[in-house]
Structure formats: structure tokens, C-alpha cells
Design a protein around this ligand. Structure first.
Ligand SMILES: [Zn+2]
Length: 177
């Protein structure tokens, strides 16, 4: 082993420790022991049912682990980033992933990584709600927009009608497509 290889190995070890400490702060903050539990929490405790993927460092390059595979990850998997997003029913794409990079140098202490994760969850929740409200108006919402003379109001329940927040039919919550 050359000195450069030794140095690179030491540097990666140090980065791995930073990532582990940041991940632990996030897990502790949610009373979780594994990322699988964290993923279940994210799904369960957000209105939008947020999904979580994790980026795992591997030989030469990292891979992103999605869905049920997150739950099956070994507890010592070298996780370097958490991706949070959400699917919005009836809408292609949904909320794009917000990434919490566990090696982000802006995190001066692990608590800042935990705060960044919570912020990502909140942002995803808010964006999912915005997308829902842009697209899930019921037929009464649609009638309201047409009465207002807004030609782009849609017909309701078609995935393009905006929710009218004072709608008496859906109480401003929109309709399931
Ligand atoms: Zn409505």
C-alpha cells in the first residue's frame, strides 16, 4: 500500500464515521434504530405518505436503494445520503426527491443533519399538498372556477382541476381521482 492509498483509506474511514454519526442523529430524533424503521415512520406520519430511499456507498460508486429493500439493508450498511419524496395520486412524477447528504460539510454537528432531514420531510409534505391542490378539484370546484370565468378551471376529478378551498362539496380537500 502506498502512502496515498493509506491516506485515501483514512479519509474514507473518517467520512464514513461522519456519515454514521449524522445518520444516528436522524434515527435517534425519530426513535428509530434502522433506516427501515425511519422509512416506515416517514410513510406513516406524513399526510402524503412520503417515501424514502437511501444512497449506499459501494466499491467505486454508490447505489440507491428503494422501497422494501431499504428495510432489508444490513444495519452497518455505509449509507451516505437519504432521499425523501412523495407520490401524489393521479399525478405523474409526484414530488421530486429531496436529498440529505450525510457528508454535507455544512453540518457542523449531527443535530444539524437531523434538522435537515426534518426540513426535507416538511418540504416534501408541503410540495405534495401543493400538487394535490393544483390537480384534485371536484366537479363543484370546477363549476366554481367556470362561474368565476376561469376557462382553465377544468371539469373536476380529471387530474387538472384546481381545488377551491371554500368548496362546500369537498370542503376544500379535493376529490380522489
Ligand atoms: Zn370541491
Amino acid at each position: 500500500m502506498t502512502y496515498e492509498e493509506y491516506e485515501r483509506g483514512e479519509e474514507m474511514k473518517a467520512q464514513g464515521e461522519v456519515a454514521q454519526a449524522n445518520l444516528k442523529a436522524i434515527l435517534d430524533d425519530h426513535g428509530c434504530e434502522t433506516v427501515g424503521q425511519l422509512a416506515r415512520n416517514a410513510y406513516k406520519y406524513t399526510d402524503c405518505g412520503a417515501w424514502l430511499s437511501v444512497e449506499v456507498w459501494g466499491y467505486e460508486r454508490s447505489t440507491i436503494v428503494h422501497g422494501d429493500a431499504v428495510r432489508d439493508l444490513p444495519t452497518d450498511a455505509p449509507i451516505i445520503a437519504i432521499h425523501v419524496g412523495s407520490i401524489v395520486e393521479g399525478v405523474d412524477g409526484g414530488v421530486d426527491a429531496h436529498v440529505v447528504d450525510l457528508l454535507d460539510e455544512a453540518f457542523e454537528e449531527p443535530a444539524m443533519a437531523a434538522a435537515a432531514y426534518n426540513r426535507a420531510l416538511e418540504e416534501v409534505e408541503k410540495e405534495a399538498e401543493d400538487i394535490w391542490n393544483e390537480t384534485h378539484g371536484c366537479t363543484t370546484c370546477a363549476q366554481h372556477w367556470r362561474d368565476e370565468g376561469w376557462l382553465g378551471g377544468g371539469s373536476g376529478g380529471d387530474g387538472v382541476t384546481r381545488v377551491w378551498d371554500e368548496c362546500p362539496a369537498c370542503s376544500g380537500s379535493g376529490s380522489i381521482i
